[in-house]
Write a protein that binds this ligand. Sequence first.
Ligand SMILES: [Fe+2]
Ligand SMILES: [Fe+2]
Length: 201
Amino acid sequence: MIPTEVLIEILSGYELRIMGIHGIAHWGRVLENGSRLAAKTGADTKVITLFAVFHDARRIREGTDPDHGKRGAELASRLRSSLDLTDPQFERLEHACIHHADGKTEGDPTVQTCWDADRLDLWRVGITPRAPMLCTEAARDPDLREWTRTRSIHGHLPDCSSEWLRALSKRPVPARVTLQVKRLLHRFRNQVRPTGPKSDA
Ligand SMILES: [Fe+2]
Ligand SMILES: [Fe+2]
């Protein structure tokens, strides 16, 4: 569960379109990919949940943006008192955010699961997350890959993303954010669910 205050802070300073390729639907898919992977890798789902919303939160462009992971980690650090994490959990979150786009594959299982959760949503930008790019055996499972592929290429808006949007729609947020939240909620209500194996997460 992410505190609404944290979501408001993240989205108030998000410079790109909330429904863009690195926006709230991507964050939700990363969270749900990570939850599925965690059932196999034993990763810390609290860290994965926060990684999902922080890792791309301070991008300033949709294309190449080398320091965006570091900026996401700095935002998490600024909001740390609202995150309810132990020191080791926060260190994993910080490390996962800073290095998520560096192509690394070695690390703590929770960090590896964060990176795989993100990479399994690369289908949306025409990149196939091939086995050498992935950190864990769980991410190479053909059924899981197909589930992530279908959702990614269709721009699926996960239930967790819509819950964040509903929470935001009840709170005072900047006008720029409000309009985008309303549009996304409308899109979610009309969403056609992709086919594929059902989530057990
Ligand atoms: Fe990123
Ligand atoms: Fe990402």
